[in-house]
Design a protein around this ligand. Structure first.
Ligand SMILES: Cc1cc2nc3c(=O)[nH]c(=O)nc-3n(C[C@H](O)[C@H](O)[C@H](O)COP(=O)(O)OP(=O)(O)OC[C@H]3O[C@@H](n4cnc5c(N)ncnc54)[C@H](O)[C@@H]3O)c2cc1C
Length: 573
């Protein structure tokens, strides 16, 4: 049955439904988690828009995985750690790089076609990677191609109930256990409590809190607000990654010009036409994102302008038109030519490294509550994410969260705990669009005061504005304000510069700050490690694996996927 029908047809003000695994979010993390969990469990997937409305849909460059004969998971892990500013969780990095190739195998078996030719997939290069290891689809339309295939699989899966246009407004939690969520349909306004022993939050990032962003407008961190209100620990919120090369046209949104363009040889030029990255880093334009973004900010300060340029003029761009077809088309629409024009670019908020703290199984500090994808802080990215590692993170940790969720659901052996099931719940997230003027004010404040470069004075002013706005602004903005306050508070506490966090008043990295800022129940603490979850007994996981196998999709065992095994490629022109 369609979830929408069940909700809309209920006569009571609020209906109740049960499931084994409730997945909140229909991006790559949510879709993949749902498919993996549905191998053995009953799943309900709830998402705010349609299954095609997510950041994942817009991903361009691709997904990184060590599948080439010249590559290894160890090299991938080393690159991830090198750019992470010393804050990565090494175990999470090991898992990402080792399990990545098998998850790519899952995508292929599900029907995703990556670009390539008779010799195997075409692998792109991006900043911070020492090897070509970025798989891409339809040129730079990777996200939409993967999402379309998975969304179709999810829709057709008999064990998955899909609830589109449905917002998770609150989690059913007493601060220690979670037993589902309160949902509201966006059109009918009908509310429903879905009771589930395992709830997986996969609601994505929060970079649309900034006025200059590559993210679609809905990415305002709702899941982080939900989890925090449910008592979960939140970590590393000061680390917001600014993508160095977002198209900077007056009065236009910041369209991403993929890092893969620099991987194919594009140069960055300042106002004087000089390649300023050569003097700054041995990898030049392919230095890690934080290094390139900082260099651009320095150039802008020196030139007194608001953009530098990306140039492909020196390249043979004929093949690049096909490789970057959607970027090419977008530029064309703006009267620019990929081959011949200097493309104005400036950094824009792109990715949140922080989020809901989870262990390597996606378990949060609240029993029965799991999370995966950009909404989490697994520690895999540290203080700065390696390009194209986030789609992989959705797959690897989505599969793990699915395993943990179904194992926990079968271990609990009841449809749900009784926690908070009957409680009167005040929504944390309200469906509906916030007033435009207030949203703009919030986003501009974040950009100006907690942007790429921060300092004490601006962050303190931001914190006080946010405290005032929480009461004065529309309730639809409250979760966004709460998440913005987490960013401001953490950025203010971290009196050093590290990875994506750049403090003008503390420009150096401070070894004593090799630690995480954890926010929970209104308090902040500094910890050498991310919190560990202890509520999922490993015996339950082992028993589950014993019965069902431990592969992701269809108990697929391959741990490494040689290039020659990959099938169904599309030729790159
Ligand atoms: C322009 C762009 C290009 C990118 N390119 C790449 C790339 O090439 N490679 C790479 O690795 N990464 C890339 N990224 C980053 C990557 O796309 C994201 O980190 C990743 O897709 C996040 O996936 P997710 O499933 O965690 O979240 P999302 O894809 O953002 O999905 C979140 C879902 O949750 C839903 N949701 C939110 N709140 C609620 C709620 N309260 N109730 C119900 N549903 C809710 C949303 O509607 C959405 O469906 C790019 C990002 C952007 C913006």
């Amino acid at each position: 049955m369609e979830c929408h029908e069940a909700m809309a047809s209920g006569e009571a003000a609020e209906t109740i439904a049960e499931t084994e695994v409730l997945v909140i979010g229909g991006g790559l993390a949510g879709l993949f988690t749902a498919l993996c969990a549905a191998e053995t469990g009953r799943v309900t997937l709830v998402t705010e828009g349609t299954l095609l409305a997510s950041n994942s849909y817009w991903a361009q460059g691709g997904v990184a995985a060590a599948i080439d004969d010249e590559d290894t998971p160890l090299l991938h892990a080393a690159d991830t750690l090198r750019v992470g500013g010393g804050l990565n969780n090494p175990e999470a990095v090991r898992i990402l790089s080792e399990e990545g190739p098998a998850r790519i195998g899952d995508l292929l078996r599900l029907g995703v076609l990556f670009d390539g030719g008779p010799g195997g997939p075409h692998l792109g290069l991006e900043g911070g990677h020492s090897r070509r290891r970025i798989l891409h689809a339809a040129g730079s339309a990777t996200g939409s191609r993967i999402v379309a295939v998975l969304a179709e699989r999810v829709r057709r899966h008999p064990a998955i109930t899909v609830c589109e246009e449905t917002v998770a407004c609150a989690l059913l939690s007493d601060g220690e256990h979670c037993s589902g969520a309160l949902l509201q349909h966006r059109e009918t306004g009908q509310r429903q409590r879905v009771l589930a022993p395992a709830t997986v939050v996969a609601t994505g990032g929060a970079s649309a809190l900034y006025s200059r962003t590559t993210n679609p407008p809905a990415a305002r961190g709702a899941g982080i607000a939900l989890a925090a209100a449910a008592g979960a620990a939140i970590a590393d919120m000061e680390f917001v990654q600014f993508h160095p090369t977002a198209l900077a046209l007056p009065n236009e949104r910041s369209f991403l010009l993929s890092e893969a363009l620099r991987g194919e040889g594009a140069h960055l030029l300042n106002g004087a036409g000089e390649r300023f990255m050569l003097a700054r880093h041995e990898l030049g334009e392919l230095a890690p994102r934080d290094v390139v973004a900082r260099a651009i900010v320095e150039e802008l300060g020196r030139d007194g302008t608001d953009h530098v340029y990306l140039s492909l003029r020196h390249l043979n761009v004929a093949p690049l038109h096909a490789r970057f077809a959607n970027i090419d088309a977008y530029l064309h629409g703006k009267g620019l030519d990929l081959a011949t024009d200097l493309l104005p670019v400036a950094p824009a908020a792109h990715y949140l490294m922080g989020g809901i703290a989870t262990d390597s199984w996606g378990c949060t500090t609240v029993a029965g509550l799991l999370a995966c994808g950009e909404v989490t802080c697994t520690g895999v990215h540290g203080a700065n994410r390696l390009a194209s590692n986030s789609l992989l993170e959705c797959l690897v940790f989505g599969a793990r969260a699915a395993r943990a969720a179904v194992a926990y659901a079968s271990y609990m052996k009841v449809s749900a705990t009784n926690v908070a099931v009957d409680a009167i719940l005040e929504p944390v997230v309200y469906p509906g669009e916030p007033p435009e003027a207030e949203l703009t004010r919030l986003r501009e404040a974040l950009m100006a005061r907690a942007g790429l470069v921060r300092d004490e004075v601006e962050l303190a002013a931001l914190e006080s504005d946010l405290a005032a706005w929480r009461d004065s602004m529309d309730a639809t903005l409250r979760p966004a304000i709460d998440v913005a306050a987490m960013i401001a508070r953490s950025a203010r506490l971290r009196t050093e510069s590290r990875g994506a966090h750049l403090r003008a008043d503390y420009p150096a990295e401070d070894p004593s700050w090799a630690a995480h800022i954890i926010l929970q129940d209104g308090t902040a603490r500094i910890a050498s490690h991310l919190p560990t979850a202890t509520w999922l007994p490993m015996t339950a996981l082992a028993a589950f694996d014993h019965t069902h196998g431990n592969g992701a999709i269809g108990a697929l065992a391959a741990s490494r996927m040689p290039a020659a095994v990959l099938g169904g490629h599309r030729d790159v022109a």
